[in-house]
Unconditional design. Structure first.
Length: 112
């Protein structure tokens, strides 16, 4: 049986608060008391909660995600490029989304 991904309500139930309080903590921890911050953070960690970024993306019209298109996933050069990109994006709170477009030199010549 597949394990269910924890949701805000699971965290709220564990701490004994509303899911709105947990949501507030995730958006702006300073709006929640220091004692409650510790309890919520512990519950998030214990349950393995991973925030769903989709609602935030839709409500704020920002994604904090950067798309990277690579022509090859087998060429070590592109792996190094991606590693460099992620070292910067991670440090600034961005998520890297990777896509492969299957570059083929012979197809490039046909398109010219």
């Amino acid at each position: 049986m597949k394990k269910k991904r924890p949701v805000l309500q699971d965290v709220a139930d564990r701490v004994g608060v509303t899911k709105m309080t947990v949501s507030r903590f995730l958006r702006n921890p300073e709006q929640v008391s220091v004692a409650l911050r510790g309890k919520i953070a512990a519950a998030l960690d214990e349950l393995g909660y991973i925030p769903n970024r989709a609602p935030d993306i839709l409500s704020n019209a920002t994604s904090r995600a950067i798309g990277v298109l690579l022509p090859s996933l087998t060429n070590q050069v592109f792996a190094e490029v991606l590693r460099g990109i992620e070292s910067v994006t991670d440090a600034h709170g961005y998520q890297t989304m990777l896509a492969h477009y299957g570059y083929k030199p012979e197809m490039e010549q046909e398109r010219s």
